[in-house]
Design a protein around this ligand. Sequence first.
Ligand SMILES: O=P(O)(O)OC[C@H]1O[C@H](OP(=O)(O)OP(=O)(O)O)[C@H](O)[C@@H]1O
Ligand SMILES: Nc1ncnc2[nH]cnc12
Length: 317
Amino acid sequence: MFAVENGLQGDPRLQTISDAIRVIPHFPKTGIMFQDITTLLLDPVAFKHVVDIFVDRYKHMNISLVAGVEARGFIFGPPIALAIGAKFVPLRKPGKLPGRVISEEYELEYGNDRLEMSMEAVKTHERALVIDDLVATGGTLSASINLLERAGAEVVECACVVGLPKFKGECRLKGKPLYVLVEPSHDIRIESLLHILRRPASKRFRCYSPSKSPIWSSPSSSLDQLRTVFPHLELTVLVKALEDHGIREVTQSTGNDDAKVRAATVLEALAKVNNYGLNLRIQQVEQETVCRKDSIRMSFKGGTGEEKATNVINKLR
Ligand SMILES: O=P(O)(O)OC[C@H]1O[C@H](OP(=O)(O)OP(=O)(O)O)[C@H](O)[C@@H]1O
Ligand SMILES: Nc1ncnc2[nH]cnc12
């Protein structure tokens, strides 16, 4: 279950946690929107909120064992274990643990893997909590539950910082409850881009100029948002780039997730666009103007129209 559905609705700590998680499109492979918790670790306030919320929840549940999944469960598990007076048991990737181990294979969002646990780490009937940073398919947590149960422990709950939305509603794993703090952070750039590109073409970048300066009538907050992300691009270049790179990509998407991934691709392309083309064009125009000035001067040279020529040139400035 999500923390908001369990007493923490409106708790500002959840927003702080969510805001501290960075989203990296196409990592570690195309199509994955990677939820990067390392940025949360850089923010001691957000990091402490995570630990505090879990500690509050588990401190009176008589838990004697906190199992953390390699690698990111090793970050959140130990501070929680210490605070609730439990031992910490690392569930490791293959070949890392000495001594007698049991192992479980499982499928990931991007591949297969195996987890191992030391047999000596667990006593029968111990009450265990499994901690990880994120649940996607639930394969890792299910393998963790299997390991603990095979060793005779009773798994009380699994807890993660982030839960991918496809998992929402399914709050039990192998019959065990799941407690999740936040849904994936939204990449504001992606939201803004989709907001713009989903508007009807006629309204997308409608430009009218009652005064001299053009007003772009697309959803201005979204466009402003994108302008702050791409401050190196002039507005005209940004709009042109969106038209060139974005619209076809996103209108061809097969669904919401696909649209987000495509929008991420567009954003990457935008990051590579620069004002170079525009500056080149300005230089060309300036060059043409200089040539025109020279040819006008030449045609009046020596004649009585020298003053006239100067007037024409001044108008060209
Ligand atoms: O719910 P699931 O589909 O099983 O996926 C979630 C798991 O995937 C990630 O770890 P990963 O295997 O990428 O390993 P890492 O922490 O070593 O990067 C994440 O930290 C979880 O452990
Ligand atoms: N989208 C995702 N972001 C971070 N870690 C993950 N593990 C599995 N899917 C993930």
